[in-house]
Design a protein around this ligand. Structure first.
Ligand code: ZN
Length: 120
């Protein structure tokens, strides 16, 4: 590593987070396909079939996790863009710096702790 700029560590963290999120998406997509395949083997459309209800529940759970993971991937990619643009670590609301500890805990943070605590 050369230099002590904050963005060096940030890029590594974001790259790692991006890889993890992509792996998670791949896993979840596999899970989802498996649930869909399972629902095809049973009368999943039959609300009175307890197994069908379980599968429908599992499917909605996996869908929710997939949505979360996709949203997180978007956030990570937006953070990487900000890093490239030189605006990473700058609060989008007040324009002030985002504390390094906050970025370490939440590398996709767009706002400083003050603005975040105001719910913006
Ligand atoms: Zn702020």
């Amino acid at each position: 590593m050369v230099g002590l700029r904050m963005s060096d560590g940030a890029r590594e963290r974001l790259d790692a987070e991006r890889r993890q999120t992509l792996a998670r998406l791949a896993d979840l997509t596999e899970d989802f396909d498996a649930v869909v395949a399972a629902s095809r083997d049973t009368n999943a459309d039959d609300e009175h079939d307890p197994e069908g209800a379980t599968i429908a529940f599992e499917r909605s759970q996996v869908q929710a996790l997939l949505r979360q993971a996709r949203r997180h991937l978007d956030e990570v990619e937006a953070a990487l863009e900000r890093l490239g643009a030189g605006t990473y670590g700058t609060c989008e609301v007040c324009g002030g710096p985002i504390a390094a500890e906050r970025l370490e805990a939440r590398s996709v943070a767009r706002t400083c702790i003050t603005c975040a605590s105001k719910g913006r």
